[in-house]
Design a protein around this ligand. Structure first.
Ligand code: XIL
Length: 311
């Protein structure tokens, strides 16, 4: 008792982490993952560049390893992701536009069928929006216009009717132009009967910058009858970390958890990685790090203790 997932489950929620294939050979990391978390998101192993590196080659081995780890530890899996402009092999982005829809549908159908019954949810489309709320240009948008999103959702539903289907993005945690656009999109999809079950708020925060409107934002999506999940939580700071920033991170984690627990439609929270040593932050944001609840030696930080208290 008393772990993140025990406490989350007592409130009808889950508490997850991202895991990559290389993480599975770190026994310190996997011990913490198995003890504290009840949901796994593959960090990279279900992205298009891994699962379909060429038009005629599917590779589910790495994703299957993550699913096996999850099953062995009684954890569920958030499938991530079917359609994304990034980590997309060049054979897709260089297809003639007339061939993109068939390629997308084949990718979704093959991957979602492979994992049918094994994933709790799919991030069907990842990061569809620009910061101003316009849809990003991508191979999919260029070929199909905005309709690619409804087509992707319908294709995923047909392949695995029991998986919860999500749209996932970053900088949509608070009320702003980008989250307004997501709100308009999912409202419209629902009113047209397009299968959509949830919205994922990635939640890659900077210390002290959890939006004050996060709870209200979760509430408005939930009021549409959608699930909301915090899908990729981390809270970065400049490194070396200061005591003040580590204390602020503890406050921020507690705030995010409280924002989710305040809304019954907020189904769970996932951190993006187990600890600071395996976090993507130092590689993606130069000079930043210390973004998770566990330090470089997988010892719990103040943000772990505040999370336990908040749950
Ligand atoms: C990141 C991974 O953690 C990195 O290993 C990879 O190099 C880039 O992608 N939003 C997402 C995730 O939806 O898939 C991203 O994961 C982080 C940002």
């Amino acid at each position: 008792g008393g772990t993140l997932y025990d406490l989350a489950e007592a409130k009808g929620r889950y508490f997850g982490t991202a895991l990559t294939q290389s993480n599975l050979s770190n026994s310190t990391l996997t011990a913490v993952a198995g003890a504290q978390f009840d949901m796994v998101t593959p960090g990279n192993e279900m992205k298009w560049d891994t699962t379909q590196p060429s038009a005629t080659t599917f590779n589910f081995g790495p994703g299957d390893q993550i699913v096996s780890f999850a099953k062995a530890h009684s954890m569920r899996v958030r499938g991530h992701t079917l359609v994304w402009h990034s980590q997309l092999p060049s054979w897709v982005s260089s297809l003639p536009t007339a061939q993109v829809q068939a390629a997308m549908e084949n990718h979704i159908t093959t991957q979602a069928t492979h994992y049918k019954g094994q994933v709790y949810s799919w991030d069907v489309v990842n990061e569809p929006f620009n910061e101003d709320g316009s849809l990003r240009t991508s191979a999919f948008y260029n070929a199909m216009g905005s309709g690619y999103i409804a087509d992707a959702l319908r294709t995923a539903r047909a392949a695995d009717p029991n998986a919860k289907l999500y749209l996932n993005d970053y900088n949509i945690e608070g009320v702003n132009a980008k989250s307004d656009a997501m709100y308009q999109l999912v409202s419209s999809l629902k009113s047209q009967g397009v299968p959509i079950d949830g919205v994922g708020l990635e939640s890659h925060f900077i210390v002290g910058q959890v939006p004050s409107t996060m709870k209200a934002n979760i509430q408005r999506f939930a009021a549409l009858g959608l699930d909301v999940a915090v899908t990729e939580l981390d809270d970065r700071m400049q490194v070396p970390a200061s005591a003040a920033n580590l204390a602020q991170q503890a406050t921020d984690y507690a705030t995010v958890i409280a924002n989710c627990l305040a809304v019954s439609g907020c189904v769970g929270i996932s951190q993006w990685g187990v600890g600071d040593a395996d976090s993507w932050i130092p590689g993606a944001f130069g000079g930043y790090g210390a973004a998770t609840m566990y330090d470089d030696n997988y010892q719990p930080k103040a943000s772990y203790r505040s999370s336990v208290t908040a749950l």
